[in-house]
Design a protein around this ligand. Structure first.
Ligand code: HMG
Length: 385
């Protein structure tokens, strides 16, 4: 008998500051509707130097791990493209911060925004063989394009933490998935750069082409059609991107189903619209947003499209479980987003420039009020504190 495996719990963290997209549009001499409607973003997370992918991941994972659960974690699979070291895995720092057992296997995975999906699928396969284990899968990133670039409006950041287990309470993954890889230069970040390089409009075309390819192949493999789905969830570099993805397949649905899928999409983009791109975590924030704001029911089949530039695409599906709402803390997420501080464009630019220098000097970072439980205090002797 095949073991049911998938997402048991989801935690999310994004730092305390945000930039309003009307303020950014005004400062950049753009019509605010280009950002609000054309791109589909209202706010973007601003990441202070005291938060990096390790601390954000710890703050997200802390929400879903009890002392008892920590003892059962067999692996930490950390998807990120904003790593802090070319050798040592972010997962090792994270396992230490969370106090996970030393018997835990801890690895970092990289393929642009696809890394967390790689983690989720590897975790699922591992659990099919080791069903009593638990795996912690992370998607944490800081999306940085540069001041006054076309990509600036699509920045953001944060972390998703998922507990992946057998007999999951949120989403049971179906074993069939379709994936596709091509060597494409749509977005990349050479090791000497802190900002991504991107061929923006081309990247949106590649995203849509990959979606079409894997969706078509998934249907061929499973003999399913759009009528078998209750919602589609997309990697959302900005919310308009997923809207375009959905539009591509909507003609395959009946008029009644089209209305239902559009309604589900609106729910799935709400939280991303206020955080911006978090690269590896974006698809899973969108899933969380759908589960928080959508009218979903146990037994619904969800289709998920993961895309990582460079490029890797995957379409897979899962069945919503009876107690899915117990797998995340919706009120906590509301609070996290509501308590954030709106920073001016001037403050945002100062924070953007205040990233930890790459010369290895000792630094002590100011620890402000309202600091998260886990934060970066600085660097001493070339080591993160
Ligand atoms: P741009 O060139 O400044 O914008 O950059 P545009 O001129 O293409 O306009 C955008 C949209 O706004 C258009 O709508 C305009 O019509 C509309 P569309 O034709 O696309 O439907 N518009 C308006 N709408 C209402 N009122 C107005 C108005 N004015 C214009 N007044 C671009 C846009 C996305 C290219 C840029 O922001 C960028 O380069 N972003 C970064 C790249 C990116 O996010 N790519 C997404 C696909 S790749 C991916 O998802 C992977 C990624 O997450 C990285 C990874 O894998 O690690 C990025």
């Amino acid at each position: 008998m095949t073991v049911s495996v998938g997402i048991d719990k989801i935690g999310f963290y994004t730092p305390n500051d945000y930039l309003d997209m009307v303020d950014l549009a005004t400062a950049r001499g753009e019509d605010p509707n280009k950002y609000l409607i054309g791109i589909g973003q209202s706010k973007q997370a601003v990441i202070p130097p005291t938060q990096d992918v390790v601390t954000m991941a710890a703050n997200a994972a802390d929400q879903i791990l009890t002392t008892a659960t920590k003892k059962e974690i067999a692996m930490v699979l950390f998807g990120t493209e904003s790593g802090v070291d070319n050798s040592k895995a972010t997962a090792v720092y994270l396992a230490h911060l969370l106090g996970l057992p030393s018997s835990t296997r801890a690895i970092e995975l990289k393929q642009a925004c696809y890394g967390a999906t790689a983690g989720l699928q590897l975790a699922a396969d591992f659990l099919r063989v080791h069903p009593t284990a638990k795996v912690l899968v992370i998607g944490a990133d800081i999306a940085r394009y540069g001041l006054r670039t076309p990509g600036e409006v699509t920045q953001g950041g944060g972390a998703i933490a998922m507990l992946v287990t057998a007999n999951p309470q949120v989403l049971a993954l179906e074993p069939t998935s379709s994936y596709h890889t091509e060597d494409v230069m749509d977005f990349w970040r050479p090791t000497y750069r802190t900002e991504a390089l991107v061929d923006g409009r081309y990247s949106t075309t590649v995203y849509l082409d990959f979606f079409k390819t894997v969706w078509t192949d998934y249907q061929r493999q499973t003999q399913r059609t759009i009528a078998d789905f209750n919602a589609f969830v997309f990697h959302l570099p900005f919310t308009k991107m997923g809207r375009k993805g959905l539009r591509q397949i909507l003609p395959e649905a009946s008029p009644a189903q089209q209305a239902q899928l559009k309604e589900a999409f609106e729910a799935s983009q709400l939280d991303n619209r206020h955080v911006g791109n978090l690269y590896t975590g974006s698809l899973y924030l969108s899933l969380l947003s759908l589960l928080r704001h959508g009218r979903m029911q146990a037994g619904d089949r969800l289709g998920l499209f993961s895309y990582g530039s460079g490029a890797e695409g995957e379409f897979f599906s899962g069945i919503l479980q009876p107690h899915y709402q117990q797998g995340f803390d919706s009120d906590k997420l509301d609070q996290l987003l509501a308590q954030r501080r709106r920073v001016s464009v001037v403050e945002y630019e100062a924070i953007y420039q205040a990233q930890l220098s790459n010369d290895g000097r000792d630094v002590q970072l100011p620890v402000g009020e309202g600091q998260a439980k886990y934060y970066l205090a600085g660097r001493q002797h070339q080591q993160r504190q």
